[in-house]
Design a protein around this ligand. Structure first.
Ligand code: HEC
Ligand code: HEC
Length: 298
């Protein structure tokens, strides 16, 4: 059965966005993109949105971990939702649909997934807005649409960090033999067909044959199409040094063993030690300096 939560979130956000235009007494969003962004940043790091005042968005999307989570999965209060790994928010610009199953069509609507009585903040969205306004009595009050748009604006402002690959891919004529062999291996073993440069994702969903540990049916939950059973969105391979653990269920903490089990799942045979070493060189060239994230911490 395709899941209903996303459609509930969708309806709520549409209503919130519509109400923004319809009611002339509704508080206006801050005028400039800049102020929406900075409001979004404050909201992202605030625990006020959480009914219990404990979690912020950053609790699970930690800037020092590529805006991802250090724990394997988060099981929210809704037992019908599969527990999943919190993805990095570095790669949002590569996506046209969000969550591991692509069930959320926009970033504005995604905000209403945690802001839900059965979501991570266990709250009615409007109650979060009221708590925020009450805590900031000297500011222009915000409405729900502004909250959604501000969080979207902040998340869209998170840059994709630069990697060594970005520099040396422009100078292929200068590559040494090892770099050429590594790149060849990455292509020959099929990695680039799904993890396609420069984003290192094809933006699609695939069943890669990983043994199913959590009963999560992936994209099938959204489409009901049997071909989508156990299919998950292809993650970008940029910045893997910062975004452990890996996969939709966070099953791997070590990158080399992640590649080995992934290859085994797809091909039913082992990747040789030599191939692994070459592929690791490519992945390492996509590592990032995660101290770059410091500027995002208020
Ligand atoms: C308790 C942990 C937790 C909190 C708190 C949380 N998230 Fe998430 N977030 C997750 C998990 C887990 C997923 C993956 C859900 C899935 O794929 O079904 C996710 C997915 C996302 C995605 C989709 C990313 C992608 O690449 O598809 C965005 C965007 C996001 N969260 C933003 C936020 C924002 C904004 C907040 C605060 C309003 C927030 N999250 C609060 C755990 C959390
Ligand atoms: C058929 C498409 C496809 C091919 C080919 C493919 N991948 Fe993947 N890759 C995926 C998908 C989909 C996932 C997410 C799977 C999941 O979480 O269940 C993934 C996940 C990963 C991850 C974990 C990243 C993270 O952030 O969680 C790594 C590392 C990875 N792939 C590397 C590789 C390498 C190296 C190769 C070549 C040997 C390769 N992939 C080939 C589709 C593919």
């Amino acid at each position: 059965m395709p899941l209903k939560l996303n459609s509930i979130a969708f309806a709520l956000c549409m209503a919130a966005l519509a109400s923004c235009g319809a009611d002339s007494k509704a508080p206006m969003p801050p005028a400039s993109q800049d102020s929406l962004q900075s409001l979004g940043k404050r909201l992202f790091f605030s625990t006020i949105l959480d009914q219990n005042g404990q979690k912020s968005c950053a609790s699970c999307h930690n800037p020092q971990s590529g805006f991802s989570s250090e724990v394997s999965v988060h099981a929210g209060p809704n037992p019908k939702l599969p527990a999943r790994n919190a993805p990095s928010l570095w790669h949002l610009s590569f996506k046209s649909a969000f969550h591991w199953d692509g069930g959320v069509p926009s970033l504005t609507q995604q905000v209403l997934v945690p802001l839900h009585p059965m979501g991570d903040f266990e709250t009615l969205p409007q109650a979060s807005v009221e708590r925020w306004n009450k805590a900031h009595p000297h500011e222009t009050p915000i409405d729900l649409a502004t909250l959604c748009l501000a969080l979207e604006a902040f998340q869209k402002s998170i840059p994709v960090p630069a990697t060594p690959w970005d520099t040396y891919s422009k100078q292929a004529q200068k590559w040494n033999k090892n770099a050429k062999l590594a790149w060849q291996e990455f292509n020959q073993k099929g990695c680039a067909s799904c993890h396609t440069p420069p984003s290192f994702t094809d933006g699609k969903f695939h069943n890669t044959g990983l043994p199913n540990l959590t009963g999560d049916e992936g994209r099938y939950r959204i489409t009901g199409n049997p071909e989508d059973r156990y299919a998950f969105g292809t993650p970008s391979l940029r910045g893997l040094n910062a975004t452990t653990p890996y996969f939709h269920d966070g099953r791997s903490f070590a990158l080399d063993s992640a590649v080995l089990i992934h290859y085994r799942g797809m091909h039913g045979r082992e990747l040789s030690a030599e191939s692994l070493a070459r592929i690791m060189e490519v992945l390492q060239s996509l590592f990032v300096d995660s101290t770059q994230a410091q500027s995002h911490i208020p």
